[in-house]
Design a protein around this ligand. Sequence first.
Ligand code: G6P
Length: 613
Amino acid sequence: MCGIVGYIGKAGAPAVLINGLKRLEYRGYDSAGLAVIDDERVVVAKSPGKVAALSDRARSEWPEERFETCTSGIAHTRWATHGPPTEANAHPHLDGSGDIALVHNGIIENYRALRARLEGKGHHFESDTDTEVLAHLIGECDKGDLFQAVCDALHQVEGTFGIAVLCSREPERVITARRGSPIVIGVGDGESIIASDASAILAHTQRVIYLDDNDIAIVTADSVEVRDLNNIPVTREIAELGFDAEAAEKGGYEHFMLKEIHEQPECLANAIRGRLDFDLGTAVLSGMGTSPRELAELDRVVIVGCGTSLHAGLVGEYAFEDLADIHAEVEQAAEFRYRNPIIGSRDMVISISQSGETADTLAAVREAVQKGAFVMSLCNVVGSTIARETGRGVYLHAGPEISVASTKAFTCQVAVLLMMALKLGRGRRFSREQGMRLAREIETIPELVERVVAQSEKIRKIAADYADAEHAFFIGRGPMYPVALEGALKLKEISYIHAEGYHAAELKHGPIALLEQGTPVIALACDIPGRDKTLGNVEECRARGARIVGIVSEGDFEVAECMDDAIYIPRCHPLVATIPTVVALQLFAYHIANIRGCEIDQPRNLAKSVTVE
Ligand code: G6P
């Protein structure tokens, strides 16, 4: 995810900003830039790639005095969402006059409409970004008072933002604001540092002010004045950070994996936002680039992927068949490429890959393209090879996933697949009312996940009783079957416990021979079709001495009584329920691995992105 740093004080701003950006590198990014005021002009340096490349460029292109004499500036690391990670798309962006520079985290949802309006007034844009549109909008609103211009522009914006704004006319202040994207201001001794997270501030001070949504602040070297967007002053207390730099990188969490599990409500909100049309009861996924007619004429959906992405695809298979009434198949990408699959122009091949770089998935994409299929990608990393080669698809907007074991990418993949199935379904048998109902269900996903994440401590206590296990089995039916596979994968990846996911009915066809007194069986038994049959399978396991952890629906005490331990998830649509269920399993695996003292973020033998066959 993108990172923001702003500085105003007594030190040379370029070096402070570059050091601040380095502290934000852990978040993942693909380009960087900074702007300072020199001799009443805004000067900008940007570079694709790493902060070190940006630093080299500024050092080689800028006069040395600039590093000493410029004491205010803003900087950014960009993780591409709108447009590839090029220099032109990197922040800061300038307004039409070049006097105002802006860095921005978040997504301006109505940027297309704003851009068209501004183009109508003669504005010319150099990038593909929503941020440049906001910079121009601020310029358009500027009547001599930067603060007022920013307020006026933000009133016209839909979406999320954390911003820092610099203006050549007002070198002694930086304006910063937030809505849905964090901003924290470090209050130092004769200097102030603005950042999207505290890790960029720690080197300067422990005293910080956290902005709330719709706060806008005028920051000088000696003062921070916070107001709301209607220019009414608001009081924000100064807080002590109370943690060190390393903890800050992980946002105070012990591991990136835990941080990413906790981020899921926000990531899911980003993945879903602006993509549901409640009036028409459908999903708006313009990146798919298909007409309703093309969708209606499809014969089949074929999903390819590896690892966790493959498991998301398996949930998607249920969604496409159930919601869209279209034949769907899932195949391991590695198998697909060598099998000479029968694929044609009426097949839609969806390649799922968090990184967009997995070699087998990429090869499957190329094979499907050769065979003339409609090929889509569902990637998290913008501008990744698979995203580029498919040319059509849907981005997850989950933010960078650092932990090798995938969590937030999986839940966002499932959420996007549900929206794709909804869109296809509306072109087929789904009525408007059915579509509207499902859209409402999908909209609640972030909140459902929040309720599971809030149970982390309870799940840790349950996990403590299973941390010594040598083997574990995860069982489920219907869409919960792939969730069982994913739960088992999470546990084995990070705790090194041998874990297997099975269809609940399949256990008795062999694996049940492995059950011993106390073997953990994690039963996905929430209140969806198949629950009673799963309970029957649970009884078979209990009869052989297994200890059962049930994932059950809130209030379903009848089922909870059949379990040794129960984790409750909110009641919801059976396909939607896969998401809160997997979050419970992620936390279960995480706590077990942590109790066992495992290397959670980088488990042995595993790589985040597998670019070999
Ligand atoms: C590796 C990772 C997994 C991931 C898989 C597919 O094995 O360790 O977590 O699910 O690759 O990665 P992708 O980036 O294609 O989703």
